[in-house]
Design a protein around this ligand. Structure first.
Ligand code: QV4
Ligand code: CA
Length: 496
């Protein structure tokens, strides 16, 4: 028996990195992009915990360069100066307070770890950094870590510019500079140890895992080099031996030698094909139509579901950075965006991340406060997609149907589709230019259900559309094509 337990423990150790470490039935996280730590703590308590969000991806918490031209762009936070917890979102004390308050209400914190590089080669020298630490890019000198010239990849990069020039060459993608960002020598144990020291500091504060920024630009083995040095999670909030959740930013749209599967041993990977293809289908580009979503997931060439971190848009491609292209749907395309997020949250494939944005261009000296309006939307240029009724209610839908199979698929051969999640939930879309009128098998127990897209269940009433499911599971659906939200979703926790 002892041997078996040891084997299971060992096995557990080598699976932990795929597990988000959320509470049971918490199946999504939200990226509160650029939020301050004090505002995230508030949001955990007042909104995320009550509505079943599993956790928050936060912006990089470490010290970064201060860029004044353009004035304080969001992307200055992807140019580290040190691993001190000190940025426009707040200081270490505020970060610790946020992690404790969010963990206390069962909402996890995932840190965006920018460890492939330091700041841009043209960053100059001085103390223009969010914590005032001195640095000198010309000498590759970052005394607040410390890193010196020995700790960068210069000798390993063989391109003229020192930058990545060809994504078809996996050596330069890893060993040269990504848009001029000073590339760390992760083959060195000293660099791996400094990165692990930074991440262990965060783990000991109570974080549940990490987004590994620019993972594509590090060798999988070098990433493993620092992951193997990471502590187990803090037992104040996690059981003994819990490993940090790891999801690696690897943009793989096909056609390059670097693929997401090369990183599977370290943890999950971001599946960028997901948002790009879903946007193409909902926009009906390239002859795509929703009826083709019948085999969505691995059937579309995506990574295996249990290795995938999925999203409709992210902080890069919602503004034309990174990859995904013109098909990416964002809050600017609100009607189709809600349908895309609704489809993602209803479908069993992948672990889901909801984007929460700010309207740009937005420059501000210090972190901008998040204000909440009387109608529960956000003020102060914050979009708060995660607070949109349709999206919040679909985060709850995903929790209610957790573990239920993809079932009862129906389509009209065009852009009217429906599917269930076992006996717990059912969703139906009309993205055609004519109305949908169908009587379908929902798989649900008989009863009156509230559509959680047009409204929700409040007490003993539905605030909007009701769906009547007969004893045999059949229900009639009528969805006009002019509706604000031409889709309906019902589940057993929204049943009168
Ligand atoms: C400029 C020139 C370079 C020159 C350099 C000299 O373009 O040719 O050598 O100056 O210093 C900003 C500027 C960029 C500038 C660079 C360095 O936009 O013009 O280079 O700084 O000074 C974000 C932004 C980038 C930004 C970067 C650092 O998107 O625009 O660059 O932060 O501030 C690929 C990767 C993928 C990456 C994606 C954007 O495979 O990993 O590009 N995505 C992640 C993050 C992303 C972040 C980074 C990586 C870098 O999601 O937000 O880039 O950490 O697809
Ligand atoms: Ca690199």
């Amino acid at each position: 028996m002892q041997v078996l337990l040891l084997l299971l423990a060992a096995a557990g150790l080598c699976w932990g990195q795929y597990n988000p470490n959320t509470l049971p039935k918490r199946n999504s996280i939200v990226h509160l992009f650029e939020w301050r730590w004090q505002d995230i703590a508030e949001e955990c308590e007042r909104y995320l915990a009550p509505n079943g969000f599993g956790g928050v991806q936060v912006s990089p918490p470490n010290e970064n360069i201060v860029i004044t031209s353009p004035n304080r762009p969001w992307w200055e936070r992807y140019q580290p100066i040190s691993y001190k917890i000190c940025s426009r979102s707040g200081n270490e004390q505020q970060f610790r307070d946020m992690v404790a308050r969010c963990n206390k209400v069962g909402v996890r914190i995932y840190v965006d770890a920018v460890v492939n590089h330091m700041c841009g080669a043209a960053g100059g020298s001085g103390t223009h950094s969010t914590c005032g630490s001195y640095f000198n890019t010309g000498k590759e000198d970052f005394p607040a870590v410390p890193y010196s010239g020995w700790d960068f990849n210069d000798g390993k990069c063989h391109t003229g510019s020192g930058n990545i020039e060809n994504y078809g060459d996996m050596y330069q993608v890893r060993d040269c500079r990504l848009t001029g960002l000073l590339d760390l020598a992760l083959s060195k144990d000293y660099v791996r140890s400094k990165i692990a020291e930074y991440m262990n500091n965060l783990i000991d504060m109570g974080v549940a895992g990490f987004r590994i920024d620019a993972a594509k630009h590090m060798w999988p083995g070098d990433i493993k080099g620092f992951l193997d040095k990471l502590h187990n999670l803090n037992t104040q909030w996690f059981s003994e031996g819990t490993r940090p959740f790891i999801y690696q930013e690897v943009i793989d749209l096909g056609g390059e030698p670097i693929t997401g599967s090369q990183y599977f041993e370290n943890g999950r990977v971001t599946e960028f094909k997901y948002g790009a293809k879903l946007g193409t289908v909902l926009r009906k580009w390239d002859g795509e139509k929703m009826a083709y979503l019948k085999n969505w997931g691995e059937g579309w060439g995506f990574v295996p579901s249990d290795r995938a971190l999925v999203f409709v848009d992210n902080h890069d491609n919602q503004r034309g950075h990174g990859a995904g292209g013109a098909s990416i749907l964002t809050f600017w395309d609100a009607r189709l965006y809600k349908m895309a997020v609704g489809f993602m949250l209803a479908h069993p494939y992948g672990f889901t991340r909801v984007m929460s944005s700010f309207r740009w261009p937005r420059h501000f000296e210090n972190g901008k406060a998040v204000t909440i309006n009387a109608d529960t939307t956000c003020g102060n240029d914050w979009v708060c997609e995660h607070r949109w009724r349709q999206i919040r209610n679909m985060v709850i839908f995903r929790n209610v149907v957790d573990g239920e199979p993809f079932s009862n698929w129906w389509d009209n051969g065009s852009n009217q589709v429906a599917f269930g999640r076992g006996s717990k939930g059912f969703i139906i879309f009309n993205n055609d230019n004519w109305s949908l009128n169908a009587s379908l098998q929902t798989g649900l127990p008989a009863g009156t259900y509230c559509d959680i897209i047009s409204g929700q269940k409040e007490g003993d009433f539905c605030t909007a559309v009701e769906v009547h499911v007969a004893a045999d599971g059949m229900a009639d659906f009528l969805i006009g094509n002019e509706e604000d939200d031409p889709f309906i979703a019902i589940h057993v926790d929204a049943k009168l």
